[in-house]
Design a protein around this ligand. Sequence first.
Ligand code: MCA
Ligand code: AMP
Length: 479
Amino acid sequence: MSLLKRLSESPDERPDAVRVSGTALSGVELLRCATAVADRVHGLDRVAIEATPTMETVVGVVGALLAGVAVVPVPADAGAMERAHMFRDSGAAALLAPKGAGEAEGSGPPVVPVDLALRSDRTRPEPDPERAALILYTSGTTGAPKGVVISRRSIAACLDALADAWAWTPDDLLVHGLPLFHVHGLVLGVLGPLRHGSRLDHVGRPQPARYAAAGGTMYFGVPTVWSRVAAAPESARALRGARLLVSGSAALPAAVFADLAELTGHRIVERYGMTETLITVSARADGPRLPGTVGVRLPGVRTRLVDERGGPVPADGEAMGELLVAGPTLFSGYLNRPDADAASTTGDGWFRTGDVATIGPDGSHRIVGRASTDLIKSGGYRIGAGEIEDALLAHPGVREAAVIGVPDPDLGQRVTAYVVADGVTGPDLIEFVARNLAVHKRPRAVHLLDALPRNALGKVQKKLLGQGARRDDATETSH
Ligand code: MCA
Ligand code: AMP
């Protein structure tokens, strides 16, 4: 079966089958357009793509997938350091970018333009399902982001399991505005509709008014998006006609769940996953949806809890343990990082999520927190404290840096930096990180200290940050 089953086998003739930031194509035309890209990249191993929220990104990704070429999405707001790392580490042979966009400065691979005016009707055999479909860069607690290699088979397994859980059919119109460089927006939000044959309206940015105007049956958002929808009652009420509202990528606050239930008439469906595992647990369209729980295992997925020594923790709904997952949706490994592969798996097929959870006797999962405070979730983005600390330390004025996530009503957590520095201001450092990494990874607040709190062994005591003396006032950004 083709990865993009419906698109490849019975493409939608409706002229607005796929709409991205206002540009619409029928499935038939999308397939022909993407085939022209496939003709250009066929034979390559991997290509990078400028993952802007545009039709060109969708066409480029689909074209590469048709040709069996793995795609490395480059975040639209990625800075110089991050781009250089992704190009070097992935070894991408080409960079797909909208025709006429011109390459951003820096020495990336040769640009292959995606031209929406080109068409091709060539057909090619379905690539081996074990081949890599995507390499997604994602943060760990330390160091530069790692490339998560995701096979075509894993994506197909995840999307089919979600179709079962959410009763996702060609009659649906999926609406969202999530970034196209992560699992949520790209795999679920683009490849999902193309596999299952539903229409897609990607509204560019996940703004409440745009969601309201789109008239979808199914909506995706991260908790920050849903909290903003709940704060815009008129837009929220416009979602009453939908079939399913889905939240994921971070914990949905119970108050947002309750507000949305009142305004939209929908109990939001929560689901849980990771870049490395894709989506593994979800509330079902035909099942209970309880605030604070993320639902039950998807078909084919196994989960269990372990204590700090790897011993079993009972699934009694009370006992907490680290959540391990196994099954057909798991990634193939980290690119060039056998050390990270070994550290993240048990050796017998279980992936260590690093999330602390409970599992009830009814199979319902509750995510309680993370084992490490060094992975921050802000606006649904996963941000490694170590990566931001390294970026801050690359500034010549910075002597020491420690980064934590501070609770934030809008973003879930707010990236907050504590630095010891000379002759540099908080805004300088925020700008420095935004330019070198990605805008969404920038600290939202920088506190300048005389020294970082350390224990007798010299290790920074992050728990004390925020409580200690400050050398001067914090710099808070407007967000
Ligand atoms: C502010 N801006 C700046 C700066 N400061 N630009 C440059 N330099 C600066 N110093 C500008 C930005 O360019 C942008 O402008 C504007 O400020 C807002 O940016 P930001 O604050 O980053 O955005 P936000 O509005 O706060 O974003 C909230 C959001 C976003 C829309 C919810 O966080 C988001 O899209 N999150 C989704 C994350 C996601 O998809 N995660 C899935 C991964 P302008 O507005 O003009 O552009 S998880 C996953 O895939 C798993 C498997 C799962 O479970 O789903
Ligand atoms: P990422 O790889 O960016 O998708 O981040 C994965 C992490 O997001 C997980 O390890 C969880 O910590 C978090 N996450 C995803 N979905 C949920 C959810 N529904 N509730 C709580 N945390 C979530």
